[in-house]
Design a protein around this ligand. Structure first.
Ligand code: IPM
Ligand code: MG
Length: 358
């Protein structure tokens, strides 16, 4: 098969981790007889420097013309003082909206080799951590109006949170469908004791539940959910939630599995053209030092093969290679443990490629 992949290396550690993910994809292409062609796309801080805006229309078009998009990370201190609409993060939000990828899937699964890297007690980890956060990705407060007004010398900042029934319904369906393929437990997370948007969210989820009698739906307030994720993560199978809550809870969920550097994500809409990225940021403090963990991005590439290209065996092969490298005791700095061998980003990528070739 031939596939065209748009590649956004981005800022900070982005280029280093994407380089390793591409090496892995090339190795898979060799082994399975595919051709992956790559088109470089500028988005984020590097696009601001080059074009004066974080996502020029021409760059978005390259993504829309591709079979799928692989993204490293964007952002950095250099652009922190830019106005809101000219920040690297705005490019990422515009890309997600432009591609219409409303459904973001973030797995929180403990790798047995990394059980010691979890900050949770062994007795909690041993009950098992294997859940998915389905995050609504192109609505809510991140996409509402943002403004700062000044009256009588005092500033007031406003961010608007809106959800329509249809926006909730389409992500709700993804939540139910995802649960249906797993342990059939769906937990809808909101703040319905305070927010109107959450009350509508809850109503729509319960309406949908009638169409999925095989799935058990529960409701949880987001503050309680944040607590339950550290108290007993084994209770969760699939969590479905709105954009900002999903952003926050998915960072928390990644940490209990050992490191945010390990977690990939997929974002899909109506078509098979998806956006695949690790959930961590651009970590400018370690950029260029060859210490980043490329596994989140490499696993994102595996998700691309599985969900957009229907290449399950190829995706399994990447995941098995990651597992083999961890089994052999190799660790990047973020997951380093006693008795293991510390490796850098490029060595980690090389070892995973080597494991695929076998
Ligand atoms: C994420 C990130 C982004 C988000 C930022 C960089 C805009 O935190 O993918 O979780 O909030 O969605
Ligand atoms: Mg985030």
């Amino acid at each position: 098969m031939t596939k065209n992949i748009a590649v956004i290396r981005g800022d900070g550690i982005g280029p280093e981790i994407v380089r390793e993910a591409i090496a892995v994809l090339d190795r898979v292409a060799d082994r399975f007889g595919h051709t992956f062609a790559y088109t470089d796309v500028d988005m984020g801080g590097c696009a601001i420097d080059k074009y004066g805006e974080p996502l020029p229309a021409s760059e978005l078009q390259k993504c829309l013309d591709s079979d799928s998009v692989l993204l490293g990370a964007v952002g950095g201190n250099k652009w922190n003082s830019m106005p809101g609409h000219l920040r690297p993060e705005k490019g990422l939000l515009a890309l997600r909206a432009g591609m219409g990828v409303y459904s973001n899937n973030r797995p929180a699964k403990i790798w047995p080799q990394l059980a010691d890297a979890s900050p949770l007690k062994k007795s909690i980890v041993d009950k098992g951590i294997d859940f998915i956060i389905v995050r609504e990705l192109i609505g809510g407060i991140y996409f509402g109006e943002h403004k700062t007004e000044e009256t009588d010398g005092q500033k007031t900042a406003i961010d608007v949170l809106t959800y329509s029934e249809s926006e909730i319904e389409r992500i709700g369906r993804i939540g139910f469908e995802t649960a249906r393929k797993r342990r059939k437990q769906l937990c809808s997370v909101e703040k319905s004791n305070v927010l109107d948007s959450s009350r509508l969210w809850k109503t729509v989820m319960h309406r949908l539940a009638e169409e999925y009698p095989d799935v058990t739906l529960t409701d949880m307030l987001v503050d309680n959910c944040a607590m339950q994720i550290v108290k007993d993560p084994s209770q969760f199978d699939v969590i479905v939630t709105e954009n900002m809550f999903g952003d926050i809870l998915s960072d928390e969920a990644s940490m209990i599995t050992g490191s945010i550097g390990m977690i990939p994500s997929s974002s899909l809409g109506q078509t098979s053209c998806g956006l695949y990225e690790p959930i961590h940021g651009s970590a400018p403090d370690i950029a260029g030092t060859d210490t980043a963990n490329p596994i989140g991005t490499i696993l994102a590439a595996a998700m691309m093969l599985r969900f957009s290209f229907d290449m399950a065996a190829e995706a399994d092969c990447i995941e098995a290679a990651v597992s083999a490298v961890l089994d052999a005791g190799y660790r990047t700095a973020d997951i380093m443990a006693e008795g293991c061998q510390k490796i850098g980003c490029s060595e980690c990528g090389r070892l995973i490629c080597e494991a695929i070739a076998k």
